[in-house]
Design a protein around this ligand. Sequence first.
Ligand SMILES: C[S@@+](CC[C@H](N)C(=O)[O-])C[C@H]1O[C@@H](n2cnc3c(N)ncnc32)[C@H](O)[C@@H]1O
Length: 204
Amino acid sequence: MSDASEWTAGTDVDWDAQAPGFDDEPDHGLRAPETRAAWAGRLRGWLPDQPSDVLDLGCGTGSLALLAAEQGHRVTGVDASPAMVERARAKLAGQDARVLCGDAAIPPVVEEGYDVILVRHVLWTLPRPAEVLRHWRTLLRPGGRFVLVEGVWGSLSPVGMPVDEVTGLLAPLAGRIRVEPLSDDPLLWGKTVTDERYAVLAEI
Ligand SMILES: C[S@@+](CC[C@H](N)C(=O)[O-])C[C@H]1O[C@@H](n2cnc3c(N)ncnc32)[C@H](O)[C@@H]1O
């Protein structure tokens, strides 16, 4: 995400309107080989070594979902925006992947059907994140994990979720929780950033 402050409050965003230009941001479209490689490397470290079922909630245009599929995982993407879903389906064509249109908070998928819940830059936009995380946990198989990539963007009117908020919400739901700071890697963002960006890896 380049600068979420330009999108005002997360829940007010018209994602269908954002879809055509969404991939223009370096960390969205992952068009630059070095940006793509940086995210692919992180994802390899976050996802299981063996082929797994990955649920990408609020998958947007499917850039991370595609990387996961290319690494041998079976991917289900869910997004509420038909325009995002259309782009994600095109991007994931030919992969072991499907993209559903639905609410990330209560995705239209079976319980205990997934090894990984992957969410990038979406949890902060959802009302009642504690409730949402509790529900997401029911979708994970025993031994599954959360991979949550979030942050706090902007300085004047920052938006997002501080890492302590995310780890606090996960504490009652997960066993081992690990935080990986992401602000110090400009390859991920296509530029140097100074705000708070991180991944939280939580095993249940
Ligand atoms: C900042 S974008 C992130 C997209 C993608 N995860 C990525 O990192 O490239 C937020 C995405 O979440 C989707 N979204 C927001 N609220 C949602 C909800 N309640 N249910 C499903 N999708 C939602 C939007 O349509 C948009 O595609």
